[in-house]
Design a protein around this ligand. Structure first.
Ligand code: SF4
Length: 456
């Protein structure tokens, strides 16, 4: 399988080379946004994707411009100095962090973790897909996104001795590859715990004991060889049980506590991501966050430039990337909302709730990806034209995926239209994620809108 792209390792796609810029924490300054818009225009084809981990992808980069692109990004501090370190910075937090009511603002933790990852030994041994979510307990439930490690802020009572007090305190509950654990981590220990988890994975120690039924206990060195030195917890679970992996991660860690009175049964974490409405009031009543959506699921360089200008003119020069292919502008005063919407509409962005209720997400499809034969962009534009009026009151989510990898989202949507790799047949699935095992209902491309109109 081709390695995940980054800034230093570009992927070859149908529309040219693709560079993925990891934006740990998902916040961009307006200056950074402008630089990225210039990079997309000067070195690529001007198209920018927002990924399902709130990173950015510049598309259509010409091979002879790769070096200039790297120089440019480094000059503007958008690329770290070392490729090995770049690939590890998959840190996602709630895009509303610090703006709305939550248990803890995770932005400083994301920043600290990004810095401390630089100190990790042999970062090249880890998979560039290894993803970490820090969820401050805000409204979007960001830890519902697929991940390797997630930490969700919770007020809880740890298991204590009788003499100790039983008052609730803030901890991060550890979620390993989508399964809740009983493990609680104090805020001050969170970053060092993640680092220790990674060291333990790298060092590797064979879990003692018999292992779970049906799962093989294997030495991590062997796994490392098998995976071309791409260590990733999710992949390790193919060969060891969840309990064995947890035990391996906990090697030499004494700062983790267990939850009191918890159900000892392993439970899946809450899976639903809550996408905010087109406008969210901030903690301070004075300000709002505006959610802006592109009807094509991707931005053009001039839209990013325009958003940077809006952030400077009406906000605090800050933009937030989301996992649902939208951009957010925080710190907008009520009196300026109309101006922001008007200018965003002029940039062909969707601003109103009635339009955003039709939540269409799509991968690049046949336009840019060698794995897809389904033209996702044209279909999503046609859908938007035909279906918006039908969903003006209640949100409906539709995912167009040109293969089962689900690059746009791995979440379930109300309707999924997918073409599996190697197949000519489109299929329609209800309430499904691209990993669904259900074969779905075969559907012709020219029948999709008619069928959706019947269902919605
Ligand atoms: S989902 Fe499949 S077809 Fe779409 S971009 Fe990803 S790999 Fe390509």
């Amino acid at each position: 399988m081709a390695e995940c792209p980054g800034i230093y390792k570009l992927s070859e796609m149908k529309d040219g080379l693709l560079a993925r810029l990891r934006i740990p924490g998902g916040t961009l300054s307006s200056d950074q946004a402008r630089c990225l818009a210039v990079a997309a225009k000067n070195f690529g084809n001007g198209t920018i994707d927002i990924t399902n981990r709130a990173n950015l992808q510049l598309r259509g980069i010409k091979p002879n411009k790769q070096t200039k692109l790297i120089d440019y990004l480094q000059k503007h501090k958008l690329a770290p100095a070392t490729p090995e370190y770049d690939r590890l910075r998959n840190i996602t937090i709630d895009p509303l962090s610090g703006l709305v009511e939550e248990k803890v603002d995770c932005r400083p933790l994301a920043k600290e973790l990004e810095q401390r990852l630089k100190t990790l030994n042999s970062p090249e041994q880890f998979s560039p897909k290894l993803s970490i979510i820090i969820d401050g307990g805000g409204p979007t439930n960001i830890s519902a996104l697929p991940h390797d490690f997630a930490f969700k802020a919770t007020m809880t009572v740890p298991a204590t001795s009788k003499n100790q007090s039983q008052t609730e305190d803030l901890y991060f509950r550890f979620i390993l590859c989508g399964e809740l654990t009983e493990l609680l981590i104090e805020r001050d220990h969170l970053v060092s715990t993640v680092l220790q988890f990674l060291e333990n994975l790298r060092e590797g120690s064979e879990p003692k004991g018999q292992g779970s039924a049906g799962k093989k206990t294997v030495h991590i060195d062997q796994l490392r060889e098998d995976q071309s030195k791409n260590i990733r917890p999710k992949t390790l679970l193919n060969n060891m049980s969840h309990a064995e992996l947890t035990k391996l991660l906990l090697t030499d860690i004494s700062t983790i506590r267990k939850q009191a009175k918890s159900n000892s049964k392993k439970k899946p974490a809450e899976q639903k991501l809550n996408r905010p409405e087109y406008i969210t009031q901030q903690k301070s009543d004075e300000f709002f966050v505006v959610n802006l959506v592109s009807p094509t699921s991707r931005l053009q360089y001039y839209q990013l430039q325009g958003l940077a200008e809006l952030a400077d003119e009406f906000g605090r020069g800050e933009l937030r990337l989301t996992s649902w292919q939208a951009m957010m502008l925080p710190y907008i005063k009520e009196k300026n909302l109309d101006k922001v919407w008007e200018r965003s509409e002029a940039m062909a962005l969707l601003t109103q709730q009635s339009e955003q209720n039709l939540q269409i997400i799509s991968c690049i499809g046949s336009e840019g990806c060698i794995y897809g034969n389904f033209e996702t962009r044209l279909n999503s534009l046609n859908m938007r034209e035909s279906l918006t009026d039908l969903v003006s009151l209640n949100p409906v989510s539709i995912h167009l995926s040109a293969c089962e990898k689900g690059c746009a989202t791995r979440q379930k949507t109300d309707y999924l239209i997918m073409q599996k790799r190697g197949s000519d047949q489109l299929t329609l699935h209800l309430n499904a994620a691209p990993t669904t095992k259900n074969p779905g209902k075969p559907i012709q491309q020219d029948q999709i809108i008619k069928e959706l109109k019947k269902l919605i």
